[in-house]
Design a protein around this ligand. Sequence first.
Ligand SMILES: [Zn+2]
Length: 312
Amino acid sequence: MFMNQDQGQIGPTKCSIRGDVFVMQPVPQKHSLHPACYLCGATNIKKKFKVNDHHIVQCRTCSFVFVWEHWSPDALATYYKQQGTDQVYGEVENRVNLNYYYESLRDIIQAMKPGGQLLDVGCSEGQFLDVMHGWQCHGVELEPVAAQKAQIKYGDRVFNGNLEDAGFSNETFDVITLQDVLDHMPAPLASLRKCRDLLKPGGLIVVKVHNISCLYARITGSKYYAIVPPVHLSYFNKKTLDFALVESGFSVLSHKYISHILFLKTIFFRLSEGKQRGLFYHCFKLVEHSRLGKIRIRKNLHDIITTWAVKL
Ligand SMILES: [Zn+2]
């Protein structure tokens, strides 16, 4: 999900299945270049890569990395409708792998907050809410099929649409989580500020993003798996995520690199980048229905940052 900073509108998400769909479709139209950094407003910008017909650029002032081409909410919505989906991430059998991260996150949150009102932005089918036992769980999901599945469990506490339209009152929530959401936003400050408004004083925000500065990203450069414009439009590291949170009225508490568990077949599929050819896709097809494919591998390349911050 993302929000248009200029208009305060929150636009579409591709988070129908939480996690990332590392498939880049051809871009159907040209987009104007955004004149300034989305975080600090500086216009001193340097080019880093060109990927999928998009410029990945970096602000020389605050070091934020972002997609230079500006995508409107409508254009993104159209693009996402053409997207493929990850063939293995959403499988029922993958639930135990997803829960490894979710339960780790839950335990950390519960060490800081005893319970209360929780909002998961981009909640998909409610998989994270499912592990938050004892909390008053709310979700927002733009993708209608995923939202419907979450609504079966959580009723009207899950809103199908964007955060702006959900009608939540300010100072409602004790905790708001954005997992694999902020990377998709071209204007992340507006989204974080909206979350700040919705949090109670002293409320906690938890933000999970890909780390553009991890060793794996630095080695692989433009081939880093998370560089998937226009699916990912904002590319954070600890420094720029902290900056965004502080600019939005939060005090950063801590960062963690929490491990994820993946099936071997999921890793092959991800490495294939969704292309139905090449060595990794052949490996995926070889193990897709075998016990070998279901070998569970713990991944922690420091490529995912989870950050906790409190509303000032
Ligand atoms: Zn900047």
